[in-house]
Design a protein around this ligand. Structure first.
Ligand code: ATP
Ligand code: MG
Length: 406
């Protein structure tokens, strides 16, 4: 069915008191962003809910995009009909024909902001209800307390709107309302899921990706970028910051005892991410660590790494089991990309047995064996920032390499 308008109900933000206006404005602009491919669509973010006027745009397509926008509790596609009772009956009949395939209970719920309309809400409920019962005697029964379907009729100044379905939205908070965070994005399974969860709580993320050519390939970089394109479906577009890490890794490998290679590498990664956050007004660092998953993800290890900063390091998947993370990765469409076998920069330099219980004092001492400031400056001078849009692809440019792998 081709609808005329989509009525969007706000999620958690209705409880946010004085921040409400900020939330609503942000959601309005995020929805406009998500629907930028439909120039005919108009978005009106009102204090009680948001209206998307389709002006002929395909309603199924628009809803597919709307489902991904955080901050929406649910939405209902509506039909706009002329302001006369016969038109309401005709449209209501079509909606029931399309949506009801087996017997259900229903009720009509009318709201009227145009008080000059010929029927009041009580009359509309009764008359329209009676009409539909007559049309569908085998399908419909009235239940005003717990109906399976509520057919809403809104009599507004500019027309009458009919709504029945309620489609669940993505929940969460509008991206951007929580401020900016730097997301350490590898090509693995966990960090894309962590990025998704951070965005869901309103964080606007910028990806920080460390790469180490020639130890890591162009494809590993392309994979991280393509993952960013997948995640950008939830917010429109995301800045991807690639940070060269080769020289730092080579130096660490040369100078630092093997047991502390991992810890010192991670400390440098975190230092770089913090430096970028400070420059770019980020408020926190996000990563995809899950407690106990691998050697670098013990609490002792986190302590020895986080020692380099007092900026919050937030770990959205900390308490998730691997299979829970995989489930979300599949839902959000990052899993298939994440399992492509391109080495990322950590695997290349991972010692056979990294310390699971590194000590802070030793980590500090071994880090002093390298020129931290000099190496960081060089790396930061050579970062590259790309703005990546929803669905942008980077891997298919290397189809031949793909074929070699298979
Ligand atoms: P993931 O699946 O996210 O790669 P993982 O379980 O493989 O995680 P590690 O490789 O130990 O774990 O990495 C832990 C976290 O460190 C990652 O989730 C990510 O946030 C960050 N990280 C690792 N490698 C990189 C990289 N090359 N660039 C940016 N961040 C990275
Ligand atoms: Mg990894």
């Amino acid at each position: 069915m081709q609808y005329d308008e989509i009525m969007v109900r706000y999620g958690e933000l209705s409880t946010k008191g004085h921040n409400r206006k900020n939330f609503i404005d942000r959601l309005g602009s995020n929805v406009r962003d998500a629907l930028h491919k439909f120039p005919e669509v108009k978005v009106h973010a009102n204090p009680d809910r948001l209206h998307v006027s389709l002006n002929g745009a395909n309603s199924d397509e628009v809803m597919r995009h709307l489902k991904l926008v955080f901050g929406i509790q649910n939405f209902s596609p509506s039909l706009k009909v002329d302001k006369n009772y016969d038109a309401v009956c005709k449209a209501a009949k079509e909606m029931i024909e399309e949506q009801v395939k087996h017997p259900i209970t229903f009720k009509i719920e009318t709201r009227r902001s145009d008080h000059h309309f010929e029927m009041d809400t009580f009359q509309m409920n009764r008359e329209l209800g009676g009409y539909l019962l007559q049309q569908f005697p085998d399908l419909l029964t009235v239940d005003v307390h717990h109906p399976d379907l509520t057919l809403r009729v809104e009599i507004r100044l500019n027309g009458i709107f009919l709504t029945s379905e309620k489609v669940p939205g993505a929940g969460g908070l509008p991206v951007g309302t929580a401020g900016k965070g730097m997301m350490m994005l590898s090509g693995g399974i966990d960090s894309p899921v962590a990025a998704y969860l951070a965005m869901k709580r309103g964080v606007s993320v910028e990806m920080v990706h460390f790469f180490s050519p020639p130890y890591t390939s162009e494809q590993a970089l392309a994979k991280a970028k393509e993952l960013t394109g997948k995640l950008a479906h939830y917010c429109g577009s995301i800045n991807f910051i690639q940070v060269p890490f080769t020289e730092i890794q080579e130096t660490i490998k040369e100078k630092v005892p093997e047991g502390y290679l991992m810890t010192v590498q991670r400390r440098l990664m975190l230092r770089l991410a913090v430096a970028l956050a400070e420059k770019r007004h980020g408020l926190a660092i996000f990563n995809g660590e899950s407690l106990g998953q691998v050697a670098s993800q013990t609490m002792q290890s986190m302590r020895a790494i986080e020692d380099v900063t007092n900026m919050p390091v937030l770990r959205p998947v900390l308490s998730y089991d691997k299979n829970e993370i995989i489930k979300i990765a599949k839902q959000i469409g990052t899993y298939d990309l994440s399992i492509l076998p391109y080495e990322d920069c950590c695997t290349v330099f991972t010692p056979p047995s990294p310390k699971t219980m590194p000590r802070v004092d030793r980590a500090r001492k071994y880090e002093q064996l390298i020129d931290v400031d000099g190496l960081m400056q060089k790396s930061l001078a050579n970062i590259k920032i790309t703005r990546i849009h929803a669905g942008e692809e980077f891997l298919n440019q290397n189809q031949d390499v793909f074929a070699d792998l298979l």
